[in-house]
Design a protein around this ligand. Sequence first.
Ligand SMILES: [Zn+2]
Length: 255
Amino acid sequence: MIDASASQAPRRRLHRAARFRGAGLFSGKAVQLSVHPGEPGRGWCWAVGRAPAIALEPQHLCPRPRRSTLFDKPTGCLAQVPEHILAALVMLDVDDCTVRFRNGEAPLLDGSALPFVRGLQAAGIAGPRRPWTLRVEVHWQGRDVCWWGGTTPARARTFISAQEARKAGGLGSFPGARPGCALVFGRQHSSRYGGRPRLRDEPAWHKLADLLGDLGAHRARGRLTGLLQATAPSHSSNPELIEQALSTGSLRYID
Ligand SMILES: [Zn+2]
């Protein structure tokens, strides 16, 4: 629920809908996703297919192995791999929107949030740019990365080790995998599947992007401020980590 004072402040919304098409990593099917301007003051909503949109809430986060998932028990609506579009909405500081998953899974595209950021920017975002007061720090496998506004984490692709990829039958466990959709580490930590790394410490940055995506279930109801720190974050541990940061006051909603 959005309070009256929040709805009176200028809010950031899309000028028009942004649409995305691609393969679903887990379903292997052609899938579509669209992001609409949404209702002013309502925050972020989501929907699957033609179902009515519902307000996105933290309890909708329902992590599965290697991805996040949104699930609404009363309606049975389920959307897989929402984390990259939600991360893009966090990074672009959008206040109101409706995300519609046409086929129950977001397209993986290049495995990063960058195509979503670009698509949302191309649709245009109305509303004031505001100073960032939210800081997110991630420690992952001896690497530290820190985000304090901007879209750098969007460039980082999802990743898998070459060993894991072999175990998965040459990415056969991921029927929607396409060349260029992930960073695959070889012996020299170079990519054999998706080209050369885009960023120094790209996997740590991707972990941060995924954390921002999970944080989106909270950002849905209002802007956040403070500090969120994570060591080896994962979709399974992120919801509890975020709840804990909110309960200690390290992370807070801006009134
Ligand atoms: Zn990811």
